[in-house]
Design a protein around this ligand. Structure first.
Ligand SMILES: *Cc1c(COP(=O)(O)O)cnc(C)c1O
Length: 373
C-alpha cells in the first residue's frame, strides 16, 4: 500500500466538470483580473466566515502583508506573534519593516500561549498576530481581551484554518483582520496562489481594496504605496466551486482524525506518541494537519520508517522562526522559547486528507506500531 501525505487528484475528480465549465466561461470572457467573479467569491467567503467583508488577494502571505500595510504598521513597530508557524507569519511583519516579537506556544495545542503575551507588550507594540495552526483556533477570547485592554490590532493568520471556530464563532471574524491562504494544500485550495482578507470594518475593507491595487483611488491617483496584490478570476471561480464542498471535506477530515484517535488508542503505541490535543476552549478543528509528538529522539527515525513503507509524512516545522538565520539580528538564541524548540524536534504530521481511506489509516498506525514497539 501507498499513502501520500496529500493527494489532490481525488478531489479534482469530484469537481472536474463544474470547474472546467467555469474556467471556460472566464476564458470566453477574457476578464482575468478582479471583476465580478472575484466579487462573488468575496461575498461567499465573507458569509462563510461570518464577516461583513472580504478582499481577495494574491496569496496568504500577501493577505498578512496588506493587513499590516492597511494599519500603517511599519518601521519602529512591534508585532507579537508565535515562533511556531510557517515562515510567512513572521516574514510579513519584517517585510513591512516592523519587528516580530515571539511568544512561546502551548505545548499540546501548538498555538501562541496567550498567558505569556502581556509581558511582551511595550510602547512599540501595535498588533498581535495569532496563528490558528493546523486548523485549530488560537485562544481568541484571551487574545482579544488583551488587545482591547492595550489598544492593539489583531491580525489573525487563518491561512490553515478556514471554517475553524472559537466558541462557536468563525475564525477570521474575531480579530480586526482574518488572513486566509488558498495555496493548493490548504483546506480550500486554488489551482495556484491566492488568498483573502476578512474584516468587519467598512473603512478597513475600503483600504484593503486600495492597497491591493497599488494604493490607487481612483485609478492613477495614488494615496498610498500599495502593491499588486490582486486575485484573479480563474482562481475565484475554482474556489467558488470548491467552497460548496468544503463542509463535507471538513467533516471527512474530522472523521479521519477520530479514526486515528481510535486506532492509536487500540494500538500498543501508548505514550510513545502524543496525539494532537483539543484546546480547553470550544473549537471546530478543521484538521489541515494531524500532527503527532514523537518520543524523544525518535521522530526522524519514524519519518524514515514511514517513508520506507511508502507513507508520506512531514515536519511542520523543523526550525522555529526565532532561530531562522534571516532573523539573527533579532537576537534570539537557543533556549529562549523552549516549548517551540522542543516541539520542532518531536512533531510529525500524518496523511489526513478527506479522500484517504480507513485501510490507509490502519496501515499508517500499524507501521508506526511496528517502528516504535
Ligand atoms: C500557508 C501559510 C501562509 C502563507 O500562505 P501562502 O498562500 O502560501 O502565501 C501563512 N501563514 C500560515 C500559517 C500558512 O500556513
Amino acid at each position: 500500500m501507498q499513502v501520500s501525505l496529500l493527494d489532490l487528484k481525488g478531489q479534482y475528480a469530484q469537481i472536474k466538470d463544474e470547474v472546467l465549465k467555469e474556467i471556460n466561461q472566464v476564458c470566453e470572457s477574457q476578464m482575468f483580473i478582479l471583476g465580478e467573479k472575484v466579487e462573488k467569491l468575496e461575498k461567499e467567503i465573507a458569509s462563510y466566515c461570518e464577516c461583513k467583508y472580504a478582499c481577495g488577494v494574491s496569496s496568504g502571505s500577501d493577505a498578512l502583508i496588506i493587513a499590516l500595510m492597511a494599519e500603517g504598521i511599519g518601521c519602529g513597530d512591534e508585532v507579537i506573534t508565535t515562533p511556531f508557524s510557517f515562515f510567512a507569519t513572521a516574514g510579513a511583519i519584517v517585510r513591512v519593516g516592523a519587528t516580530p516579537v515571539f511568544v512561546d506556544i502551548d505545548p499540546r495545542v501548538f498555538n501562541i500561549n496567550a498567558d505569556l503575551i502581556e509581558e511582551k507588550i511595550t510602547k512599540k507594540t501595535k498588533a498581535i498576530m495569532p496563528v490558528h495552526l493546523f486548523g485549530q483556533s488560537a485562544d481568541m477570547g484571551k487574545i482579544m481581551e488583551i488587545a482591547n485592554k492595550h489598544n492593539l490590532i489583531v491580525v489573525e493568520d487563518a491561512a490553515q484554518a478556514i471554517g475553524s471556530e472559537y466558541e462557536g464563532k468563525r475564525i477570521g471574524s474575531l480579530g480586526h483582520y482574518g488572513c486566509f491562504s488558498f495555496f493548493p494544500s490548504k483546506n480550500l485550495g486554488a489551482f495556484g496562489d491566492g488568498g483573502i482578507v476578512t474584516t468587519n470594518c467598512e473603512e478597513r475593507f475600503k483600504k484593503l481594496k486600495i492597497f491591493r491595487n497599488h494604493g490607487a483611488e481612483p485609478k492613477y491617483y495614488h494615496k498610498f504605496v500599495g502593491g499588486n496584490f490582486r486575485l484573479d478570476a480563474l482562481q475565484a471561480v475554482i474556489l467558488s466551486v470548491k467552497l460548496k464542498h468544503l463542509d463535507k471535506w471538513t467533516t471527512d477530515r474530522q472523521k479521519n482524525a477520530a479514526d486515528y484517535r481510535a486506532m492509536f488508542a487500540k494500538s500498543k503505541i501508548g505514550d510513545k506518541v502524543l496525539l494532537p490535543m483539543k484546546a480547553e476552549y470550544r473549537t471546530r478543528h478543521i484538521y489541515n494537519q494531524f500532527s503527532l509528538l514523537v518520543e524523544n529522539g525518535k521522530r526522524d527515525f519514524l519519518k524514515k520508517a514511514l517513508n520506507d513503507a511508502k507513507i508520506g509524512s512531514d515536519v511542520y516545522y523543523p526550525v522555529p522562526l526565532h532561530l531562522q538565520e534571516c532573523f539573527k539580528e533579532l537576537g534570539y538564541k537557543k533556549g529562549d522559547l523552549p516549548v517551540s524548540e522542543e516541539t520542532a524536534l518531536k512533531i510529525l504530521s500524518l496523511p489526513i486528507y478527506p479522500e484517504s481511506t480507513v485501510e490507509q489509516r490502519e496501515y499508517v498506525v500499524s507501521t508506526i506500531e511496528k517502528a516504535l514497539i
